[in-house]
Design a protein around this ligand. Structure first.
Ligand code: BDR
Ligand code: CA
Length: 321
């Protein structure tokens, strides 16, 4: 069993990643979820976490973290995720609330209180994680690794060079990659390989509340890739979670990865040092390169159906409805 903390900015794919983790409670214990301004404002993405937990019928502590990147202004992504950050599904009754602590302090307390070293799963801009490491350096030795979605091996998405999460807060990404903590990086390429085909979305319709929620999520989310004439939508943020559950379906390689801060065209770009050369820096990152797509989608689908099954057996949820 692995103890994890999820830092995120839902985000359709963040929502899927959270549900994937929650469904696999025999392998992953989600100690808490923190939020960060990214796909949408902090208020909106935090509300979206509560919606996901409500639909999944799970109680997990949620703490709000940083509203803005360390230095840059926040730029949100309504084109991909809509005005709410998670457009598509409607969730009316949200009764869950937030921890009174700030997300960064919450992360620190959870990490120091855990007997086991923690795996941090980071699915948005790395602002909270950078603040955590800077403010409370004592947590470093209690973190087993940071499994994150961000960056790319060769090409960006927010810009030609930079992936969205690193583009939004490059300074935070820089601090995380220089922290000395082992990193598992799912970038744009493996996320693209882990695409759900538009033709696969229908399997979720009419199977239960959670599946219907996922259907509505994917119906909205797939508009973006349909506009690009792609037959699939990359499930970015589910990749690092899936790797923790099923590393055997991924190919990966260890590299030294750094973050560009200055470039006029390259700010936020992750640089993977692919050289075979003398005096190379030691690898700091396990870079996920490819994945068995069919297995990825199979495990993701099974996770959603598990949550539906659990929900049907949960009397408290039925009473609340
Ligand atoms: C990343 O950016 C966000 O839009 C997604 O949620 C994901 O974390 C992909 O570049
Ligand atoms: Ca995200």
């Amino acid at each position: 069993m692995r103890n994890i903390l999820i830092d995120c900015d839902p985000g359709h794919d963040d929502a899927l990643a959270i549900m994937l983790a929650l469904a696999n409670s025999d392998q992953l214990k989600v100690l808490g979820i923190t939020t960060v301004g990214g796909n949408q404002t902090l208020e909106k993405v935090s509300e979206n976490v509560l919606k996901v937990l409500t639909v999944a019928g799970k109680k997990v502590p949620v703490a709000k973290g940083a509203a803005k990147p360390l230095i840059n202004p926040l730029k949100v992504a309504p084109k991909a995720h809509g005005d709410s950050g998670m457009d598509g599904p409607v969730v009316d009754k949200v009764t869950l609330g937030y921890e009174s602590k700030n997300g960064v302090e919450f992360l620190k307390d959870q990490i120091l209180a855990s007997e086991q070293r923690i795996t941090v799963v980071a699915l948005g801009p790395l602002t909270n994680i950078a603040l955590l490491l800077k403010t409370f350096p004592e947590v470093k030795e209690r973190i087993a690794c940071i499994a994150l979605m961000g960056g790319s091996f060769s090409s960006g998405n927010a810009t030609a060079a930079a992936e969205f999460n690193f583009y939004i807060d490059p300074h935070a990404a820089y601090m995380v990659f220089h922290s000395g903590i082992p990193i598992i990086q799912a970038g744009t390429e493996v996320s693209q390989a882990a695409g759900i085909l538009h033709s696969e979305i229908g399997r979720f319709l009419g199977k239960g509340r959670v599946s219907d929620f996922v259907y509505d999520l994917l119906q909205f989310y797939s508009r973006f890739s349909k506009g690009l004439n792609s037959d699939r939508s990359p499930v970015f943020d589910a990749c690092p979670v899936m790797y923790l559950l099923h590393p055997e379906i991924f190919t990966s390689k260890d590299y030294y990865v750094d973050i560009e801060l200055q470039g006029e065209f390259t700010a936020g770009m992750s640089i993977t040092d692919k050289r075979v050369w003398y005096n190379m820096p030691e690898p700091n990152t396990t870079v996920l390169l490819d994945v068995d797509r069919d297995k990825f989608i199979q495990y993701l689908t099974e996770a959603i159906f598990i949550l539906d099954k659990e929900r049907k057996g949960n009397r408290d949820i039925k009473k609340a409805e």
